[in-house]
Design a protein around this ligand. Structure first.
Ligand code: AHR
Length: 348
């Protein structure tokens, strides 16, 4: 926690070294200041108010609908109205860019660093630098694997392993309802970014259930980078290679959209009453619609609305109050029977 005087000095410093070059650059390009934060490295909030808490946010990319919703949640939390000055950086799926952003936040002497680590490994040095500079680091969404957990202040996100378990348990129930519990079940898995907590956790959780069923055969487990385009390409390839696929476990909705298109292009029907059953994660609005239509069997929710949780931790620190080191957010699963009541209110 730093003094108001220090913040005033810093806000002026930030104005000079960060915002002026940025404004010159966008003027030169004839662009609007009101840019999309999911794709740019910019600052938000009003620099005229010098008592704002300065938060450097390193977002790992803009690969999915979920990620865009997560960025929007941070923007809502770290607004001027809430007393914040947010410096935002989009790392475009590169760990080295996240490290650069964090080092830049350290050199700008921000009050807090918030980031979603693209993968778990490799963060010890940069987090040590933040700790040495006395800047609290709050992780959100994914986790880091570090030798010393005092290198970060707190983490907020999903229980990814539990998400995987939920997916496996749904498949058990579904097969039972169809009288297919004893049949051979041929599964392919579309995974997201290698080394990401969400991939490691969902895989571990699903495999826990998979191991109980000798008749469940994983034909392939491929990295489709959490994107629609890559998933479509991989799904097409696998449909050509394997004579029969019964189930696709797709580790996010964006990949599911690509898989559904690929299945249809092969002349097959995706869905609980079709040729290939789909299990998805995230539960964005467009996917929930597909659950209602029976195209996706189950969508296991991953909650992107983390901004408020991170803000609450910062406020606790500012007020010298206690806070949890690790916070798991609430999540549910959606199936055809109950999804209808949730679709309209989904904002992402
Ligand atoms: O880490 C969370 C995952 O990252 C979401 O499931 C996915 O959509 C995102 O890109």
């Amino acid at each position: 926690m730093k003094s108001i005087f220090f913040r005033k000095w810093k806000a002026r410093y930030l104005l000079m070294v960060v915002l002026i070059p940025f404004m010159l650059a966008i003027n030169g390009c004839g662009r609007d200041f009101n840019v999309d934060l999911s794709n740019e490295s910019v600052e938000s909030s009003d620099i005229r108010d010098e008592s704002l808490i300065v938060v450097g946010v390193s977002q790992l990319g803009s690969e999915s609908v979920w990620r865009t919703a997560n960025t929007a949640s941070l923007q809502r939390a770290f607004s001027k109205e809430n007393g914040y000055f947010m410096i935002f950086d989009n790392a475009r799926q590169k760990q080295e860019n996240q490290m650069k952003a964090i080092r830049s936040f350290i050199s700008q002497n921000v009050d807090y660093i918030v980031f979603s680590p693209i993968m778990e490994e490799g963060w010890d040095s940069v987090l040590q630098e933040a700790k040495d500079a006395g800047i609290p680091v709050i992780l959100m969404d994914r986790k880091v694997k570090v030798s010393d957990t005092s290198l970060y202040t707190a983490w907020v996100g999903s229980d990814f392993k539990e998400e995987g378990v939920k997916a496996g348990k749904w498949l058990e129930k579904f097969l039972e309802s169809k009288g297919r519990l004893e049949d051979e079940v041929r599964i392919v898995v579309l995974q997201g970014t290698e080394g990401a907590s969400s991939v490691l956790g969902r895989t571990e959780g699903f495999n826990e259930i998979l191991r109980k069923h000798e008749n469940w055969k994983v034909l392939e487990c491929v990295n489709a980078e959490y994107t629609t385009a890559k998933a479509m390409e991989e799904m097409k390839r696998m449909l050509k290679k394997h004579e029969r696929i019964d189930v696709v476990v797709s580790q996010n909705d964006d990949m599911t959209f690509g898989a559904v298109d690929a299945i249809r292009q092969e002349g097959l029907t995706p869905g609980i009453d079709g040729d290939i059953v789909l299990i998805s994660f995230d539960a964005v609005k467009a996917a929930l619609q597909m659950v209602q239509d029976g195209v996706i069997g189950v969508d296991v929710e991953c909650n992107p609305d983390l901004g408020g949780y991170v803000q609450a931790i910062i406020e606790a620190i500012e007020n010298g109050e206690p806070y949890e080191k690790h916070t798991y957010v609430e999540e549910r699963s959606f199936t055809k029977e109950m999804v209808g009541q949730y679709i309209e209110d989904r904002i992402y």
